[in-house]
Design a protein around this ligand. Structure first.
Ligand code: NAD
Length: 355
């Protein structure tokens, strides 16, 4: 089982090291190879996604990814910015289905910014389409400003587009995921004002007819944003486009206590996957040893389950995470009175001990 390990920038380096430690403790025949990506790759090779990194990713069963980006690259041409690496990996590997489970662990109910009764027992799955929408619209890549900005520009635009086959395949992913859960899908759109999302809604309805055992409802994205903080437990599977999914899943992360708890899996049609925490490179806390590594460790558990077919090992890792939370260990982002504050490395070590 070959894993490409791409730590990236900022806290990516610190949190991926802990996830690798956990994977190594499992005693599985895992072959891990590390490569540069993002700002780190730009510094060394002049490109955020060098060909050697892309080839390694393509040749692996799964990719364990940290995060990319730093404010210091904001002035670079857009194609050279670290964030392009993750978009390039998604596009090149066809990673169209992004799974972001938002589970509120009972031990972290107090760390959520919402009332305990709203989040206690929360278990929702956000499925975000990842290779279409406005992030991959026409103007992308055609920008030629030398410093990434258009001084004096009077206008800027990005095109939002989806094709029917793109919507169909993410719809099937959502309905099939719902079958293994509570059999409810909420499709989030903006069909009231956007043609792209009228098509989205129509195709979701059409595909839904093939899944009579799954209940489908539609919700506008503005209402969904409100419902997520008003009554989040009303959702089971939420399926939406690239941009709405980006925003709603960050919102959902706060239901779970911290964005440092939210793992993700991005899969292609052959179940090859990229696994990363939902958060970014957090330049504000990078190098301080205080980042929460649990989202990355839980992403590694998803990798074991979805791409490496190691369900038992995935369950072991998830149980170990629950155990360290039971022990009262908390990084700063999930700390509350009466618990024990630990560093990134101490949290990783505790998960290994719990295993
Ligand atoms: P961010 O997710 O990096 O950070 C947002 C806030 O959450 C910060 O205050 C940060 O300290 C905190 N945070 C994030 N992860 C944490 C963790 N594991 N433990 C504790 N606290 C954590 O988002 P941002 O600040 O908007 O972006 C920073 C950089 O990351 C930017 O360059 C952005 O483009 C990039 N980014 C990359 C990805 C990716 O690699 N997939 C995703 C999102 C943002």
């Amino acid at each position: 089982m070959k894993i490409a390990v791409l730590p990236g920038d900022g806290i990516g380096i610190e949190i991926v090291a802990e996830a690798v430690k956990v994977l190594n403790a499992l005693d599985l025949p895992l072959q891990m190879e590390t490569a540069l990506v993002g700002g780190a790759a730009y510094e060394a090779h002049g490109h955020p996604l060098p060909d050697s990194t892309l080839q390694l990713a393509k040749a692996s069963d799964a990719i364990l990814f940290g995060a990319v980006g730093d404010w210091k690259y904001d002035k670079l041409d857009r194609p050279l910015r670290p964030e392009q690496a993750i978009l390039g990996l998604r596009k090149n590997l066809g990673l169209f289905a992004n799974f972001r489970p938002a589970i509120c662990y009972e031990q972290l109910v107090d760390a959520s910014s919402l009332k305990p009764e709203l989040v206690s027992g929360l278990d929702i799955l956000i499925i975000r389409e990842l290779t279409g929408d406005i992030y991959f619209g026409q103007p992308r890549g055609r920008r030629i400003a030398t410093d990434g900005h258009f001084p004096g520009a009077e206008e800027a635009f990005d095109t939002m587009r989806y094709s029917k086959p793109e919507i169909e395949r993410i719809a099937h992913v959502a309905f099939q995921a719902a079958r293994k859960r509570n059999k409810r899908v909420t499709s989030v759109d903006k069909a009231n004002v956007l043609e792209t999302f009228q098509l989205w809604k129509d195709v979701m309805t059409e595909v839904g007819l093939q899944y009579p055992d799954v209940a489908l409802d539609h919700m506008y994205v503005d209402n969904a944003a409100m419902q997520l903080v008003k009554a989040p437990k009303r959702f089971d599977v939420v399926v939406t486009g690239n941009m709405f999914g980006d925003i709603l899943s960050d919102e959902a992360s706060m239901l779970t206590g911290s964005i440092g708890m939210l793992p993700s899996a991005s899969l292609n049609a052959s179940n090859q996957g990229l696994y990363e925490p939902s958060h970014g490179s957090a330049p504000d806390i990078a190098g301080k040893g205080i980042a929460n590594p649990l989202a990355t460790i839980l992403s590694a558990a998803m990798m074991l389950r979805f791409s490496l077919n190691q369900e038992a090992a995935a369950l072991r890792v998830e149980a170990a995470v629950k155990k360290v939370l039971d022990q009262g260990l908390r990084t700063g982002d999930i700390y509350s009175a009466g618990t024990t504050r630990v560093t990134t490395v101490e949290m990783g070590n505790a998960v290994v001990r719990a295993l």
